[in-house]
Design a protein around this ligand. Structure first.
Ligand code: PLP
Length: 400
């Protein structure tokens, strides 16, 4: 048994050694500025366009519709803020969901402070949006909608194709945050019919600090980062050449192994979910069974406090998350868990386990045993559990 079992791949992933190797020459050898006209710069420029072509092909986009950014967060900020501004003569209304990543959610909240109007669509208890609610929320002044494709906390996959078609019928632009989805479920911008799509390299074994925004040709979003003429004058700043090269390399690797990788993760995920739900008492699976990311499981354990659960699991070699990495460290329960109707106390006892292709069945079994021990131990110290055992407190919230 390895000393550490890494089950936090939704927070970030280990870089592929092959992608690191592909990046290295662009730090020390081909270090030229891609905007320089001599060969040293042109080598870097060629590497960028080669990477762009490969990435575009994987999502069936035009090369010229891929814009490199400094993160998934930047892509989300750009898509939302600059597009709402660019089309403000049409209207000031935006539709999004109540389970977006913080990058999207806080951008939408910022827009609200600037006088834009935001409709926050609810999800059901399993974490799914209803396309009919979406259509009903569209108004004549609705500029765009932004809906997360696969949720980073509970792994639920939304009917993006259906909602993008509704948006198009009503002349509303459609953006999706596909950061968790990419390389785990099919992402084809033509089939989905989306106008914009965000991605981030470090969620699929690429480097941190690089991502991209897909912008469909003809869409007149404004610039978000101002400066030089990079990225066809739409995103200024000297390109992160090694990062872009590493992102394309990691994406190639993941997409070549798409089927086997996701089949393996699905098998382990289902085994994990089945064991936890049958072998631990008073536990709930957060997010519906299907459609769900192949590598995500999220549970709430009643009478257990999430932070203690995490710390004790870490002592047993299991690295996981209590929600989104950005939410941990604060005591606010996750907005996603509240949106699926969990009461605060249950939302606090939540655990996200996100698997990788290197995760083994033995690691999953070790993790389940660790969870069982830790949950029993923490409940023994819980006054609420004591009350429950003495019949003073009913189990109210834990139901499937
Ligand atoms: C990680 C993540 C982001 C942010 O990407 P960064 O590159 O880390 O800024 C945005 N959306 C989702 C769904 C994510 O999981």
């Amino acid at each position: 048994m390895p000393r550490q079992i890494y089950l936090d791949n939704a927070a970030t992933t280990a870089m592929l050694p092959g992608a690191v190797a592909d990046m290295l020459p662009f730090f020390t050898q081909h270090y030229g500025n891609p905007s320089s006209l001599y060969t040293l710069g042109q080598d870097a420029k060629t590497a960028i366009s080669d990477s762009r072509a490969r990435i575009a092909k994987h999502i069936r986009a035009q090369e010229s519709d891929i814009y490199f950014t400094g993160s998934g967060t930047e892509a989300d900020n750009w898509a939302l803020k600059a597009t709402m501004e660019a089309y403000s003569s049409k209207g000031r209304h935006l539709i999004t969901s109540s389970i977006e990543h913080h990058a999207l959610m806080h951008s939408a909240e910022w827009l609200e402070k600037q006088g834009f109007e935001v409709t926050w669509l609810p999800v059901d208890n399993n974490g799914f949006l209803n396309p009919a609610d979406f259509e009903a929320a569209i108004r004549p002044d609705t500029v765009m909608a932004s809906i997360i494709m696969a949720n980073n906390e509970i792994g639920t996959i939304q009917p993006i194709k259906e909602m993008a078609a509704i948006a198009r019928r009503h002349g509303v632009l459609f953006h999706t945050d596909a950061v968790q989805a990419l390389t785990h479920i099919p992402v084809d911008v033509e089939d989905l019919g989306v106008d914009m799509l965000s991605a981030s390299a470090h969620k699929f074994h690429g480097p941190k600090g690089v991502g991209f925004l897909y912008i469909r040709k003809g869409l007149k979003t404004k610039n978000f980062i101002h400066g030089g003429a990079q990225e066809r004058k739409r995103r200024a700043g000297t390109e992160n050449v090694p990062g872009i090269v590493g992102m394309a390399s990691a994406m190639d690797w993941c997409m070549e192994r798409f089927d086997e990788r996701n089949a393996h993760e699905t098998e382990l995920r289902d085994h994990l979910i089945k064991r936890v739900l049958t072998e631990v008492e008073h536990v709930r699976l957060n997010g519906g069974h299907e459609p769900r990311l192949p590598n995500n499981a999220n549970f709430s354990f009643e009478f257990v406090e999430g932070e203690s659960l995490l710390l004790t699991l870490e002592q047993k070699g299991v690295l996981a998350s209590s929600g989104s990495a950005c939410a941990s460290g604060s005591l606010d329960p996750s907005h996603v868990l509240l949106a699926i109707g969990l009461p605060h106390e249950i939302a606090h006892g939540s655990l996200r386990l996100s698997l990788g292709e290197d995760t083994t069945m033995a690691e999953i079994d070790h993790t389940v045993e660790a969870i069982k021990e830790v949950v029993v131990m923490l409940r023994r110290m819980s006054p609420l559990y004591e009350d429950f055992l003495q019949g003073k407190k009913p189990i109210s919230a834990v139901k499937q």
